[in-house]
Design a binder for this molecule. Sequence first.
Ligand code: DAH
Length: 339
Amino acid sequence: MSSQQLIERINEAEAKAVAAFKSAATAEQLEAARIEYLGTKGLFTDLMKALGSLPKDERPQAGGAANKARQSATEAHQAAKEALESASSRDSFLDITLPGRRKPAGHCHVISRTAAEICEIFAKLGFSIAEGPEVETDYYNFEALNFPHDHPARDMQDTLFVSQELLLRTHTSPCQVRTMEKSQPPVWVVVPGKTYRRDSDISHSPMFHQVEGLAVDKGITFADLKGVLTAFATAMFSPDTKIRLRPSFFPFTEPSAEVDIACVLCHGQGCRLCKGTGWLEILGSGMVDPAVYGFVDYDPEKFSGFAFGMGIERVAMLKYGLDDIRMFYESDLRFLKQF
Ligand code: DAH
């Protein structure tokens, strides 16, 4: 074969290879064409071998033509391969018969849920919902609640101070004063919210939640307090839940009472949860101290009222039988998904 004939066959092979790659409709057809033209035993290999039989001085020209032709065939193969791949991924993207991708839906955190449940019970009893700031002044958090400066009762709450005058509220009780400043009796409010104390262990967290309650009107008595709290406990826990009131002290209530519910585990028999007493403490309460009315210009001869405050984590722990408050804040989905 002369070098001229060989170059013609090389050009022919290039044209046929490019056409075969372009017309391949599937990856299998393309691969068969690649083997036929570019494979180790393919047409281009044969043509390369044929170069050896040409006279030495004719080899460079024919060899250059062969390299160019194989290069362009290789590029045509690559282009055809990419075109087939992108077509196949486009097809699967457009496959409307495939099931949709589900985004996992979140749900309300157990603390938010418990807060909402508590508020809903009080809403049915005629209370409305109020809110107040988490960064609070000494005046609302202590002073106007009848905690005088240097009063030892301030030590009951390990306060986190922001400055001399500002602090992170240690309870939701400051909203009692804020509410009474803004409105005249009858006042019936519950105040859910975050509270802060320098305290951290299995049953205390530096940030926790409380719901405060306040009712001031003409002729409100201790019996109203007991009735409202009994209605709350039976709605929140179970219809036969018993409550008991124990004398206590808070600077802003007089008299004051701590309220227990019959143990949710042993129903009063005595067990590990209630430490053998049969009772579990759930909240603090009392009749609003006339000294507090002095700060908001209510006439204690005309009005009387009661107040109470409870920890939402505590209520949730008792309701769901949990023994470690830190579980609420660890964002462990295995825990949170149960509620
Ligand atoms: N603020 C109190 C506390 O955090 C709870 C409390 C007790 C609230 C008695 C009240 C109340 O409204 O009357 O420990």
